[in-house]
Design a protein around this ligand. Structure first.
Ligand code: UD1
Ligand code: UDP
Length: 373
């Protein structure tokens, strides 16, 4: 049997986490020859997660530059992916999500007429400015894909409304839940001394549309919140983007109950989510993981492409207004009933078997055997 050559692209931390279970599953298939291509749009953050999942890229483009701009990043990616895809001539290119890596991989695959599979397809806010530039990235990738692996019925509907052929859309769940359940099954050390008598608030933030004043307001809110509640402690692993890390250290660096640290490896970060009382974030992945762990999430954004958990009442959109963040977080800290309503373990984004379904669909589509159900 001639094996089908599948190139799996990873660029940033969340792509590493969400592609890892799929890469592992594909590597177990006798019909598939897998090449892992890391653009390394992120350097340290990507290396961290690939190492945890035991994945060594076959090709590493080492694209990242300090404080890279979107046009220069896009240009470098298109040029280098063109060279590599032309050399490899794979049967399929697979990429996940809405980063610049994914948008350029879809575009270059399209130009070279290589079928592209989009993992975590169909997420939309219908607002090009929120999140920026991700809404554009996923629209482009979505309209170039041969296979759309969508996490939920909602994301399927989004694609149908855009005129995507329903035969090309497959509801698989999100592979992040495969990764999460795998990692969360084992209790691991956090290696950060936390005060067990205090309630832990876990914070992450990195969205480009929040750079500048919105992010400064988020930091002020965190400070006010900690000052107002003597029994809480904040753990904030700071994203290395200088637009984030410089401001976070300037505004929060000197508070005795706010612990800023470097980005955590995925396993300790999952452990931190398990230990958290409440999570404040603008991250996409955390909005998917925290509900599955039964942790309430306040999303510091005005819109989300992940409305399912909001509809379930376990995630709440609070924007970046300082007073609103303080008010909503204080309500959850003071009102046990309100907290209880949000701290229900629900997992609208997956059941831990998304990778298996994606593999079966590809195996069927590539004519290499009957699809498993
Ligand atoms: C990128 C994605 C975003 C995704 C996020 C996940 C785009 C446009 N943005 O945002 O969709 O949600 O990753 O975290 O694709 N840096 C390091 N080391 C690292 C990673 C980043 O130093 O390991 C710094 C560098 O200075 C780099 C900067 O962060 O230039 C920005 O990285 P970039 O990938 O362009 O954007 P993110 O804000 O990380
Ligand atoms: N994460 C991590 N370490 C951290 C912060 C986040 O491993 O210090 C994980 C988190 O569990 C989630 C993913 O990184 O799976 C989210 O990445 P990020 O917030 O950077 O990107 P987004 O999901 O918003 O695209």
């Amino acid at each position: 049997m001639e094996k089908k050559h599948i190139v799996c692209i990873v660029g940033t931390r969340p792509e590493g986490i969400k592609m890892a279970p799929l890469i592992q599953a594909l590597k177990r298939e006798p019909w598939a020859r897998v090449t892992v291509l890391a653009t390394a749009q992120h350097r340290e953050l990507l290396d961290q997660v690939l190492e945890l999942f035991g994945i060594r890229p076959d090709i590493d483009l080492d694209i990242m530059r300090a404080n890279q701009t979107l046009p220069e990043l896009t240009a470098r990616l298109i040029t280098t992916l063109d060279v590599k895809f032309t050399e490899l001539r794979p049967d399929v290119v697979l990429a996940q999500g809405d980063t610049t890596t994914v948008m350029t991989a879809a575009l270059v695959a399209f130009y070279l007429r290589i079928p592209f599979g989009h993992v975590e397809a169909g997420l939309r806010t219908h607002d090009m400015d929120n999140p920026f530039p991700e809404e554009m990235n996923r629209l482009v990738a979505g309209h170039l894909a041969r296979w759309h692996f969508v996490p939920t019925q909602r994301s399927r509907q989004n694609l149908l409304r855009e005129g995507i052929d329903e035969q090309a859309i497959h509801v698989t769940g999100n592979t992040v839940i495969d990764a999460l359940l795998d990692v969360a099954a084992t209790d691991r050390p956090l290696d950060i001394p936390l005060d067990p008598t205090r309630r832990l608030i876990l914070v992450t933030a990195h969205r480009r549309e929040n750079f500048g004043e919105p992010f400064r307001a988020v930091c002020r809110a965190i400070r006010v919140l900690v000052d107002r509640h003597a029994d809480i402690e904040v753990l904030y692993p700071v994203h290395p983007n200088p637009n984030v890390s410089n401001v976070a250290h300037e505004l929060l660096g000197d508070h005795p109950r706010i612990r800023l640290c470097s980005p955590l490896d995925y396993a300790p970060f999952v452990e931190a989510q398990k230990r958290a009382y409440l999570i404040l974030t603008d991250s996409g992945g955390v909005q998917e993981e925290a509900p599955a762990l039964g942790k309430p999430v306040l999303v510091m954004r005005s819109e989300t492409e992940r409305p399912e958990a909001v509809d379930e009442g376990v995630v709440s959109l609070v924007g970046t207004d300082e007073f609103r963040i303080v008010e909503e977080a204080s309500r959850l800290l003071n009102d046990a009933a309100a907290y209880g309503n949000m701290a229900r373990g629900v997992s609208p984004y997956g059941d831990g078997h998304a990778s298996r379904r994606i593999v079966a669909i590809l195996r069927d589509a590539l004519g290499t055997g009957a699809a498993a159900k």
